[in-house]
Design a protein around this ligand. Structure first.
Ligand code: ADP
Length: 161
């Protein structure tokens, strides 16, 4: 079975993330979307919310499983029998860091390959950080985050004011 892992912080999941999930789920028999809890970032949303949002917007993809992990990424991938790590590439700014990570992961686990999917032109500029910023100013989020999560996400932002 072809199994891949798509890791991230998903704080929150955006339409850019969802576009990568949709495309990867067509290529692999099973895709684990994993919220990594040891990435050194301090997320705004709780782990529970980030998982819930991912579950809601991926419910229509039967071969997608949403999980979280605090393990080293390659250890998590091994534990799921995955041989591929999927990364989304936006502008040039993503490249340096992602290339470095791919080489480090390859050193740790040569049997696991990192595969990059180019961001769709439509979502090239989109990041969770930009979405949070726009939400704080009350911008309509329908072109940026999955519709399933919009109302709850707005409440999360408003409760932090
Ligand atoms: P962000 O960089 O938005 O905080 P994550 O750490 O959750 O997001 O990113 C997880 C993965 O998704 C990374 O491989 C990242 O490059 C990719 N990604 C994030 N936003 C997009 C997008 N708009 N289009 C394609 N890939 C993306």
């Amino acid at each position: 079975m072809s199994i891949a892992v798509y890791p991230g912080s998903f704080d929150p999941v955006t339409l850019g993330h969802l576009n990568i999930i949709k495309r990867a789920s067509r290529t692999f028999e099973k895709l684990y979307v994993c919220v990594m809890v040891n990435s050194g970032k301090s997320p705004m949303l709780s782990l529970e919310k980030r998982l819930k949002y991912l579950e809601e917007c991926t419910a229509r993809f039967p071969n997608v499983v949403v999980e979280c992990s605090d393990k080293l990424l390659v250890e998590y991938a091994d534990s799921r029998g995955a041989t591929v790590i999927i990364k989304g590439l936006r502008a040039v700014s993503d490249f340096d860091w992602e290339f470095q990570m791919a080489l480090a992961n390859n050193k740790l686990a040569p049997h696991i390959d990192t595969q990059f999917l180019m961001a769709s032109q439509k979502y090239m500029y989109l990041s969770s950080t930009i979405v949070k910023e726009m939400a704080r100013y009350g911008v309509d989020l329908s072109e940026f985050v999955p519709r399933e999560i919009i109302d709850d996400f707005k409440n999360q932002i408003n409760s932090r004011r």
